[in-house]
Design a protein around this ligand. Structure first.
Ligand SMILES: Nc1ncnc2c1ncn2[C@@H]1O[C@H](COP(=O)(O)OP(=O)(O)OP(=O)(O)O)[C@@H](O)[C@H]1O
Ligand SMILES: [Mg+2]
Length: 253
């Protein structure tokens, strides 16, 4: 990693849900740092508290305990510098690709011509040139995810959070999306927090991997990855890393 400036510090984060039936702890004392410009992967099993954690980081949900430090200062509430690509794709079905991508800019009051130009730039970056006037239902799952990525990028976030964006895609499309996402990230560097439950995907994408335990989520291990990109998934060093992580968790692949 070239830079080691801390963009965000997650300090002793815990989340417990209380209800009439009792309480349930989803996150238990999680701490880690996020460095500027890095591709950070959070790897954890299903239902371990990943989405809850991302929501807390983005300020959509409150923590029960702990702190989020953003650019050196404690941060509470919604953080406008954070963009999200959601696990459940949240495209507007009645809006076209370009209208979906420019939505945040429209809310900001940006003039049509200017926001269209920005939207077109990101639509091109994700490889959807020519599909500007399509509706989401006319696109494949992978293409819809590309719209989600373009939309998040267009809002110009400092930190981009991606919650299992490729989880529902078939293997072939998923590999293509992983490769393309890295190309996009290399062209327009943002700090990315990418969540997955797939070890191979984590090893392919990450500058570092934060491995979480089963529910409640705790940090089990942090793996810095210095394998040069583009990574070869069948190289010895890649397979070694994959095996090391696999031996430390119940996660497969
Ligand atoms: N509002 C809530 N009230 C009570 N429990 C909740 C609430 N939100 C989430 N949970 C519980 O917290 C746990 C973690 O949920 P979360 O959605 O963060 O998991 P996840 O790691 O993102 O899972 P997946 O990989 O399936 O997306 C789950 O058991 C879930 O039922
Ligand atoms: Mg989730």
């Amino acid at each position: 990693m070239e830079q080691q400036v801390k963009r965000m510090e997650i300090r002793h984060l815990s989340k417990t849900f209380f209800s009439k039936k009792g309480y349930f702890t989803a996150i238990d004392d999680v701490s880690f740092d996020v460095y500027d410009g890095e591709f950070l992967v959070i790897l954890g099993p299903g239902r371990c508290g990943k989405t809850v954690m991302l929501n807390i980081i983005a300020g959509v949900e409150d923590a029960t305990e702990g702190q989020i430090i953003y650019n050196g200062k404690e941060w509470k509430g919604l953080n406008p510098e954070i963009g999200m690509v959601f696990q459940k794709l949240a495209l507007m079905s009645f809006k076209t690709v370009i209208e979906n991508v420019e939505l945040a800019l429209k809310f900001r009051g940006m003039k049509k011509e200017e926001r269209r130009e920005i939207a077109r730039h990101y639509i091109k970056l994700v490889g959807l040139e020519g599909f500007e006037n399509y509706y989401p239902k006319q696109l494949s799952g992978g293409m819809q995810q590309r719209v989600g990525i373009a939309r998040a990028y267009a809002a110009n976030p400092k930190l981009l959070i991606m919650d299992e964006p490729f989880g529902k895609l078939d293997a072939q499309t998923r590999y293509q999306m992983q490769e393309d996402l890295l190309k996009i990230w290399e062209k327009e560097k943002r700090t990315i927090i990418f969540v997955t439950n797939n070890i191979e995907e984590a090893c392919y994408l990450g500058d570092r991997i934060i491995l979480l335990s089963d529910c409640p989520a705790k940090v089990k291990e942090v793996y810095p990855i210095d394998i040069p990109r583009p990574r070869d998934m069948v190289s010895r060093e890649f397979l070694e890393l994959r095996t090391t992580i696999s031996d430390n968790t119940d996660l497969s692949i």
